[in-house]
Structure formats: structure tokens, C-alpha cells
Design a protein around this ligand. Structure first.
Ligand code: HEM
Length: 335
């Protein structure tokens, strides 16, 4: 009898532990994302993010660029799971150390601020990964870009991976075939890639990321000596000396770096894209498909907007199959 009792007790304890583990760390299936996920548990979630973003973008329009890029760097590593937001601890090395992130991605304090407001309204409900997805959409609208409905219900990871961040996030030096392969690996098409890179219509690049292009002869090669390109090259050289000034910045869209429009694609038509990876989409010998898409987006801003919105939803649907939790503080996993 006592053996039976202790056995049933062990089974009970095991079941409770499994149940708790399940509750604390739910698996993530992309089909779980829905537009109404927080409609009962946090009906004001979208309004809270929007009003914080409104204020932040009015104060500094580059905050919009920060949020769009953070969402991208989050989704390309383990899926959109807030892993990019994690700080180092004794047992975790954050993705902030990855080559494409270090000294580069920004906006963490803004995420903290939004999350604090959400925690005050609905504690433990809205994930950090969803904060990034909603904030990236709001950022886009606030600087003049398209609206899209953001499916929500993502979970936050309990892990981060610097190695995956180093291998999966594209770099500005990579050739077109590698860039395309990196997007295809994530289930994103060539059209998705060109449309999403179109977000370089806002924000800045550091000199260290385009020095080689402007002094190595590549820029002159693609620009075919058009006067506007020569003027752009001179501007870039002013910002970015051959030596030093690594962190000096230039807009990737010379004309309107704080407005979400299709002017970025014109820079590619002129051969004066700031990043080599951007120009590759128009000038690479393998760019027959991408250059046609660039032409179309320059001719038709509405098409660019539509494809960008669709691409952001697709990218946002990359979930982390490991599942996770709703972090209380986006920088640390829950204790
Ligand atoms: C071919 C793929 C891509 C490459 C190689 C690339 C590379 C870069 C680089 C090198 C910078 C400048 C960073 C710095 O100098 O610190 C940058 C900025 C930016 N990227 Fe990309 N990117 C790519 C795709 C994307 C995608 C898909 C998005 C969003 C959906 C995106 C959004 C942004 C934004 C908004 C900025 C400006 C950030 C700021 O102002 O701080 N990029 N990107």
C-alpha cells in the first residue's frame, strides 16, 4: 500500500513538474500567432506601444530605424523571440556581441520604456518579441511608411546565440548569392529580401561599413560617373575619411533618411548605394531578378509599400520552435 502511495505520489509530482515546465516554457507554433491574441488579456497593448513610439519618433526619427532593425536582427536569430534584447549574465552571452550588432544596434532603452508601460498595465502578458514586432510596424507608419496588421502571441526565448547571430545575419560585404541564400534559409523570397532591404530608406550607416566601397573603387565602378553619383561620393568621403572616423554616419538614402519612401531605390539606380550589399541588388552580374524588382519599386512606391508590409509579416512569423516565456524584463530571462 505504502509502495503504491509513494509511487502515485512520485507520478503526481512528475506530472506537476511537467505541467509547470509546460506553463513556464510553452512550445511555439507560428500558427498560434493571431491578431486578437491580447484582445482579452491586454486590450490596450497596441495603444501603449503606439503612444510610446509616437513620442520617441517625434523626439528622434532615428528611433524608427532602430526598432525596424532590432526586429530584423531578432527574427533572423532563433526566430522572433526577443533573443537580441538579452543582456549578458554569468550563464549567457548576449547577441549584442555579434559582429553585426556590436556598436551598431540601438534602441534598447526605448524597448525597456515600452515594456515598463506594458507591465504596469498588464503584468506578465505581452512578450518582448511582440513589443519589437508592433514597434517596428508603428515605427514604419510614423515615418511615412505603410500600415500592416501585426499577428501577435510570440514567446520570448530563454536563450541567445552569438554564433547564430554571426552566421545568420547578413553583412554588407557579402555577395548577392550569399545574401539571397540567407533570406531563403529563413523562408523569405528574393522579392521579400529586396522589399525588406528597402527599409534602408530610413536610418544611418557607419563609415566602417562603407569605407571599402568608397575608397576601393567599387563605388566608381557602379556609378558610371553620373554627376549625382559623384556628388554623393564626395558627400560620403566628407563623412568618412580614409583613416579614422569609423563611427561617423551617413544616411543610406541621401535624399530623405528620416522618411520612409522609395527614394533609396533611386540611389541604387544611380549606382550610388552606400552599402555594397545594397548596390549588389542592382549591379551584381547575378542581379537580373533583384535589379528588375529595384526598378519596379522605384517606379511604383505603392508596390514597394505593399511588398514591404507583406515581407514584414512573413519575417515576423518566423517563430522559435523552442517556445519560451513572457519575460518581465526584456533584458533578462525570468527567474
Ligand atoms: C542584405 C541584408 C542586409 C544587410 C547586409 C544590412 C546591413 C546593414 C548595415 C551594415 C547597416 C548599418 C549599421 C551600422 O553602420 O551600424 C544597416 C542599417 C539598417 N538596416 Fe540593414 N541590412 C540588411 C537588411 C535589412 C533588413 C531586412 C532590415 C529590416 C527589415 C534592415 C533594416 C535596417 C535599418 C532600419 C537600418 C538603419 C539603422 C540605424 O539607423 O541605426 N536591414 N543595415
Amino acid at each position: 500500500m505504502s509502495i503504491f502511495n509513494s509511487l502515485s505520489c512520485s507520478i503526481f509530482v512528475a506530472l506537476v513538474l511537467i505541467g509547470e515546465a509546460f506553463l513556464l516554457s510553452r512550445a511555439q507554433d507560428p500558427s498560434r500567432l493571431s491578431l486578437s491574441y491580447y484582445s482579452k488579456t491586454c486590450p490596450t497593448a497596441q495603444d501603449i506601444v503606439r503612444s510610446e513610439m509616437d513620442c520617441a519618433v517625434k523626439t528622434n526619427p532615428r528611433n524608427a530605424a532602430f526598432m525596424i532593425r532590432l526586429h530584423f536582427h531578432d527574427c533572423f536569430v532563433q526566430g522572433c523571440d526577443g533573443s537580441v534584447l538579452l543582456d549578458d549574465t554569468a550563464t549567457l552571452i548576449g547577441e549584442k556581441h555579434a559582429d553585426q550588432n556590436v556598436n551598431s544596434i540601438q534602441g534598447f532603452e526605448l524597448v525597456d520604456k515600452i515594456k515598463e508601460k506594458l507591465e504596469a498595465a498588464c503584468p506578465g502578458v505581452v512578450s518582448c518579441a511582440d513589443v519589437l514586432a508592433i514597434a517596428a510596424r508603428d515605427a514604419t507608419i510614423l515615418v511615412g511608411g505603410p500600415y500592416w496588421d501585426v499577428p501577435v502571441g510570440r514567446l520570448d526565448s530563454k536563450t541567445a546565440s552569438v554564433d547564430l547571430a554571426n552566421s545568420d545575419i547578413p553583412t554588407p560585404q557579402q555577395p548577392l548569392a550569399t545574401l539571397i541564400a540567407k533570406f531563403l534559409e529563413k523562408g523569405l523570397s528574393v522579392t521579400d529580401m529586396v522589399a525588406l532591404v528597402g527599409s534602408h530608406t530610413v536610418g544611418m550607416s557607419r563609415c566602417v561599413n562603407f569605407r571599402e566601397r568608397i575608397y576601393g573603387g567599387d563605388f566608381q565602378l557602379t556609378s558610371k560617373n553620373e554627376p549625382s553619383s559623384q556628388a554623393n561620393l564626395a558627400k560620403l568621403k566628407d563623412v568618412c575619411p580614409a583613416d579614422g572616423g569609423d563611427d561617423n554616419v551617413s544616411g543610406m538614402d541621401y535624399y530623405s533618411p528620416t522618411v520612409f519612401d522609395n527614394a533609396f531605390f533611386e540611389t541604387l539606380l544611380q549606382g550610388s548605394g552606400v552599402l555594397s550589399s545594397d548596390q549588389e541588388m542592382y549591379s551584381s552580374l547575378l542581379g537580373f531578378q533583384t535589379s528588375r524588382i529595384v526598378d519596379k519599386y522605384w517606379a511604383d512606391a505603392a508596390l514597394f509599400f505593399k511588398d514591404f508590409a507583406d515581407g514584414m509579416v512573413k519575417m515576423g512569423n518566423i517563430t522559435n520552435p523552442q517556445g519560451g516565456e513572457v519575460r518581465k524584463n526584456c533584458r533578462f530571462i525570468n527567474i
